[in-house]
Design a protein around this ligand. Sequence first.
Ligand SMILES: Cc1cc2nc3c(=O)[nH]c(=O)nc-3n(C[C@H](O)[C@H](O)[C@H](O)COP(=O)(O)OP(=O)(O)OC[C@H]3O[C@@H](n4cnc5c(N)ncnc54)[C@H](O)[C@@H]3O)c2cc1C
Length: 264
Amino acid sequence: MKFLDSSSSEVDLVNALGAHLFKKFPDAVEFERCVGRLDAKKETVTAEMGVIWYDVYKFMQATGTGLIPVGGGCPTVAPPGFMLGGGYSFVSRSYGMSIDNLLSLKIITPDGELRHIGLHSKAKEDIDLFWACRGGGGGNFGIVTEMEMNVRKPFSEKMLVGQIRFPLEKAEEVLDYYNDWVEKIPDTMAVYGFMGNQKDLVDKTTNVKVLGLTPVFNGECAEGIDLLQGQRRQHHEAAIALAHDRDGGGVDAGLRAEPETRPA
Ligand SMILES: Cc1cc2nc3c(=O)[nH]c(=O)nc-3n(C[C@H](O)[C@H](O)[C@H](O)COP(=O)(O)OP(=O)(O)OC[C@H]3O[C@@H](n4cnc5c(N)ncnc54)[C@H](O)[C@@H]3O)c2cc1C
């Protein structure tokens, strides 16, 4: 796509604002990041596109309402690609997919029209387009300029967020236990997994291959830790655990505390 800048020389417009292309483009139009509006009464936020989730989180934090969006776990991912593709959030077990919380959006369709579509839509074409935008993927139906979404009040003031790491060679044993355990835990506990290289917690100059479990508990910290005890006890000798609460402070139960890493 080509746009003219103020001096009438052509520049490329890049339809990508988030994780995969989060870098400077030579000759590209630069957008200023802006967030939007919070309606604390309705518990909704309207975000202008150009933001990444990190901006939305900082914006919501600054409101002091304690409300959170159902957004991405990786702060450099952006709402459009994430939400248009469905969006599985760290709090999705409590509040559904990100698109379950999408109320409306503004989109410029290929005919050049700016449409405001959403749950309020009456025209069949708009209803169909909104349906397609909720899971149909980024970049397929037009350029989204604004998204209105629910924001949610967590069940406790401090959520438990952490990570339990196991040496990769223990993966089969840990996942066997995990598969049984995860069926019994409440929806307020979400546990994500990954395999890969992580810094050794003792010798930070080396990397170790790990299976990581990332619990996010939408409730009281102590209750979340209780739920995790079985998982830790089962593999006591194998588990290297660390955890922190939402403010980056340590939590009890002998878990090691490390500050959160945030983008500059
Ligand atoms: C580190 C990392 C962690 C992730 N974790 C999760 C996770 O926990 N849950 C999950 O569901 N997904 C996750 N994802 C996947 C992520 O949701 C997708 O990669 C998503 O497409 C990223 O969207 P973006 O807008 O940041 O990326 P971009 O690369 O900017 O865009 C993705 C697509 O959307 C299009 N697009 C961008 N802006 C607009 C716009 N304004 N209007 C219309 N189309 C647009 C682009 O053209 C492209 O096709 C993760 C990705 C990464 C890199």
